[in-house]
Design a protein around this ligand. Structure first.
Ligand SMILES: O=C(CO)[C@H](O)[C@H](O)COP(=O)(O)O
Length: 225
């Protein structure tokens, strides 16, 4: 269904993760059949997949903004605020989504929540001074009534996970984030925080695949999504 939003000539943001990779695969079939689009990948993994499947790639330096980004999410709430970054690509994902006229999230029912936060919030931090950054995150969260463990993400081999931008990710288990619109700017203002996985007001709609079929949920503020 997300493919229904794509038209020839569009500049697309290509998300990261298992769900987004299905979109890239379906897009590649359309490209093979003649659809003319270019994509900006949100991770090295998505770039490799798109190249392998013959989807033309570009960069945000070469185009003047994007028409549409299609990406997955770890959680979405009724206002279509998101937690993203389970795949470690939140920084590029947010840059790409923010430069897109529209962001469509593809997800299944397991990602729908009443309030964000059961999925640990990924926060990308600079390696230098990470101890100070963690203390600042803890203090900022506490000021907003949030407590919980902060852990550095590990790679599958047990080493510290390093993002495509060379940073680390801290997963913050706040359990329930009742005011994402307050937490988002507070985290972004901490020195050492590069970006966080709260996507507030960026998603235009969610395409939800469930047992009953496919449902489209528009953001409450969306006028033309
Ligand atoms: O934010 C992401 C990657 O950084 C993904 O979109 C998110 O983790 C969902 O992934 P999946 O579709 O594999 O469940």
């Amino acid at each position: 269904m997300a493919l229904g939003f794509v038209e020839s000539g569009m500049r697309l943001g290509l998300g990261t993760g298992s769900t987004a990779s299905w979109f890239v695969r379906l897009l590649a079939e359309k490209v093979e059949a003649g659809l003319d689009v270019v994509g900006v990948p949100t991770s090295e993994a998505t770039a490799a997949l798109a190249r392998e499947l013959g989807v033309k790639l570009t960069t945000l330096e070469e185009v003047d903004g994007l028409d549409l980004t299609v990406d997955g999410a770890d959680e979405f709430d009724p206002a279509l605020n998101l937690v993203k970054g389970g795949g470690g690509a939140l920084l590029r994902e947010k840059i790409v989504a923010a430069d897109s006229a529209r962001m469509i999230v593809v997800a299944d029912e397991s990602k729908r929540v009443a309030a964000l936060g059961a999925f640990p919030l990924p926060i990308e931090v600079v390696t230098f001074g990470s101890g100070a950054t963690l203390r600042a995150i803890t203090g900022t969260a506490r000021d907003l009534g949030l407590t919980g463990s902060l852990v550095f993400r590990q790679a599958k081999d047990g080493s510290r996970f390093v993002t495509d931008q060379g940073n680390w990710i801290v997963d913050a288990s706040f359990r329930q984030i009742s005011a994402p619109e307050a937490l988002a700017p507070a985290l972004a203002a901490i020195p050492g925080v590069v970006e966080h996985g709260l996507f507030v007001g960026l998603a235009s709609c969610v395409i939800l695949a469930g047992r009953e079929g496919v449902e489209r949920i528009d953001a409450p503020s969306a006028v033309d999504a």
